[in-house]
Design a protein around this ligand. Sequence first.
Ligand code: PLP
Length: 429
Amino acid sequence: MSVSLTDAKSAELYQRALQRLPGGVNSPVRAMRAIGRDPIFIDRAEGAEIVDVDGNRYVDYVCSWGPLIHGHAHPEILAAVFEAAQRGTTFGAPTAGEVEIAEEIARRIPSVEMVRMTSSGTEASMSALRLARAATGRTTLLKFAGAYHGHVDGLLAQAGSGLATQGIPASPGVPESATHETVIVPWNDGEAVARAFAEHELAAVIAEPYPANMGLVPPVENFLQLLRNKADETGALLIFDEVITGFRVAPGGAQEREGVTPDLTVMGKVVGGGLPAAAYGGSRALMERVAPAGDVYQAGTLSGNPLAVAAGLTTLRMLDEAAYMRLRATTETLAAGLRDAAAAAGVPVSVTSVPGLLTVFFAETAPRDYATAQRCDHDAYAAWCRALLARGVYPPPSQYEAWFPSLAHTSEHLDRTLDAAAAAFGEVG
Ligand code: PLP
């Protein structure tokens, strides 16, 4: 298999991009700095494969970071988008599709009786927090170190050490006043959670039920239930950010798999089918606080955009039981194959997975929180990713991200991936 792909056109575009786009990209992780290489500019994609501007073809495990559960350019989704576009791209007035997608979401997620659509996951989590603060009359939030809920000021707060800490802004430009009301504790640390609830009158705890922004670090047993119990005892709301897990790990997301019901759910990625859409939802009583039913203001020019709704609704309707079984089998085959390939090459890795998501951690034991994820061998991960790219496999270019296998990945794609992975492990081992 070739290990010398040309990248002259990507390199040229990158030089031009650097003049007009900060860092040459419109979202930081695309720059591939975490794996020590320049970005690859994409020309087109179909199914599980993407093709760059130099004509190199890759088996894609980023899949736009999660929306493309059916793979790229799925004919039914494209047809739905074209059909919607022919009737007009946006109206600023309600459409039937918005009612249908809300009904479809509520059918899949019983805790979501009503939804409000937004254009990004960031907006959806920001709005869910506003609603939680309004509903409880409190301001302080609890989040987990290493969890990402979009670039909301109040949630861009740094991790503390072992103890609950007041949030310190993780980016210049985020005022301390914005993170002052954010308490951060380590993921999977029940004692730290209990202390935080005891020391603060919390409006809400927000969690990715399967955190996937520090690599995939599933909850230890009963951890999500502990969050539910503590919220109930203290009158705080439990918010699950299912932007990644929603409609992916099960029809009703991680809350269905884990049997723990949040008060509010944040959705994104799959719900927009590859177009810009996200949503938040919960019980009728809570959601009827949102304007114009209630007094909590939140709005959006393109919210519930007809093209995005068409893509999202078609995506959801194609996700039947058989699809979830297939995605689960694909993920398990891939995870097991990657473990075996690493072991054969003598490279110490630990692969975490849930249906539709996995992470290859360059560490002997799987991380249980952000601090342990930070101790993985990031240089080895970077070298391995570069070696995969050279062999036509496109992994998430950061140790802190998850792989997104899709329903378009066939056994032939998995074979190609595992051959490349074995060779790449051999190079870094
Ligand atoms: N929440 C989670 C768990 C995410 O992974 C992301 C983005 O990756 C977001 C929220 C923010 O979504 P968006 O990038 O659409 O603003």
